[in-house]
Design a protein around this ligand. Structure first.
Ligand SMILES: NC(=O)c1ccc[n+]([C@@H]2O[C@H](COP(=O)([O-])OP(=O)(O)OC[C@H]3O[C@@H](n4cnc5c(N)ncnc54)[C@H](O)[C@@H]3O)[C@@H](O)[C@H]2O)c1
Length: 326
């Protein structure tokens, strides 16, 4: 049994991770400002502290109140478009927040830190599926701050004067139950599902041929849990993706089909490409596979399960009350 702090544990990924840790018998504390997270995502068995990782004293108080064997730093500003709208907030949350977590790990001699990094670190990689050794040249402000957080974590882990084992997980497009379907700035798959549920048209930015690697949150949680147990992951940066490339056009077709709709029955709008949009994205997952992890949820199954959850939780308008194509 480990005592684990999950920052961002009221959010989509952090909430699933907190549940996975509780299920495996660990004692979990969650620190979250509820900026985008929800209290109900935190497992009942976890200690919940509402607080902001940007505030050094707040973070220090959490580390002073309990001893942790590991910290999963998941809290972050997760929206590319918000990073352009409020770059200072993005910087403070993703970089200063990470520095505060690192600092408290060092002050309180926490031995283990795992960081929620992002495939946006790669920018427009020349090789797809992209291995961890590829050059990182982010094309969004968000990608810059996630990469900066990652470098702070990894460089700290390399310091000979400190004893902190670190790992950064470069997650690709994570999807699944509890992802917000009401947040127009975060997660294209959840945005499309929200559109269908509310009877709104789907909007595709650019030509829709940009690709994403959708990895189910259950697989992502298994990656975090495995990495926490495996010393071979210390000091490493690891991709967490499915290895599959799916275009946004194909994603739209898939979501529509899951609702029993098609571009003939449902309005699909096209608009300009978004700032910071990556053209192609898929993970080379060989490094994490070597630690015994492999994604187990097929996209068809994961999408069906996510839509089922969304319908059960948020209700769905019937096809008749949807948005018939003009
Ligand atoms: N969703 C993805 O596909 C994806 C991919 C790669 C990396 N990530 C990273 O994973 C992490 C979680 O993303 P998510 O999709 O679960 O998003 P999310 O918005 O659901 O979760 C982020 C959590 O962090 C909390 N938070 C935000 N600012 C905070 C602050 N200043 N102090 C304390 N808590 C704060 C939010 O309230 C929320 O609970 C983020 O760091 C994100 O950058 C996400």
């Amino acid at each position: 049994m480990k005592r684990v702090l999950v920052t961002g544990g009221a959010g989509f990924i952090g909430g699933h991770l907190a549940h996975g840790l509780v299920r495996d018998g660990h004692a979990v504390t969650v620190l979250d400002s509820l900026a985008t997270g929800k209290r109900e995502n935190v497992p009942e068995a976890a200690v919940f502290v509402e607080g902001d990782v940007r505030e050094r004293d707040t973070v220090e108080a959490v580390f002073s109140a309990a001893r942790f064997d590991a910290v999963c730093h998941v809290a972050g500003q997760a929206s590319i478009s918000r990073s352009f709208a409020s770059p200072e907030d993005d910087l403070d949350t993703n970089v200063l927040g990470t520095l505060n977590a690192i600092r408290s790990c060092l002050v309180h001699q926490v031995p283990r830190l795992v960081y929620a990094s992002s495939m946006t670190a790669y920018g427009q990689p020349s090789v797809v599926p992209t291995p961890e050794s590829a050059a990182c040249l982010p094309v969004s402000y968000y990608g810059v701050t996630k990469l900066a957080g990652e470098r702070y974590v990894q460089i700290t882990g390399d310091r000979p004067d400190v004893s902190l084992d670190v790992t950064s997980l470069r997650m690709f497009n994570v999807y699944g139950a509890r992802q917000s379907v009401d947040n127009p700035y975060q997660g294209v798959l959840a945005i499309f599902i929200g559109n269908l549920l509310r009877g709104e048209p789907i909007t595709i930015h650019g030509d829709g041929e940009q690709t994403r690697d959708f990895v189910h949150v259950d697989d992502v949680v298994e990656a975090w849990l495995r990495v926490l147990e495996r010393p071979e992951s210390h000091g490493r940066v690891l991709n967490v993706g499915s290895g599959r490339e799916t275009s946004v056009n194909d994603l739209a077709l898939g979501v529509l089909a899951t609702f029993g709709e098609s571009p003939e029955s449902w309005e699909v709008r096209r608009t300009e490409a978004q700032l910071g949009d990556q053209r192609r994205s898929a993970a080379d997952t060989r490094a994490l596979s070597a630690l015994g992890w492999s994604p187990s949820v097929s996209f068809a199954d994961g999408l069906a399960r996510t839509v089922e959850w969304a319908r059960a939780t948020h209700g769905a308008r019937s096809a008749e009350t949807g948005v018939p194509r003009d």
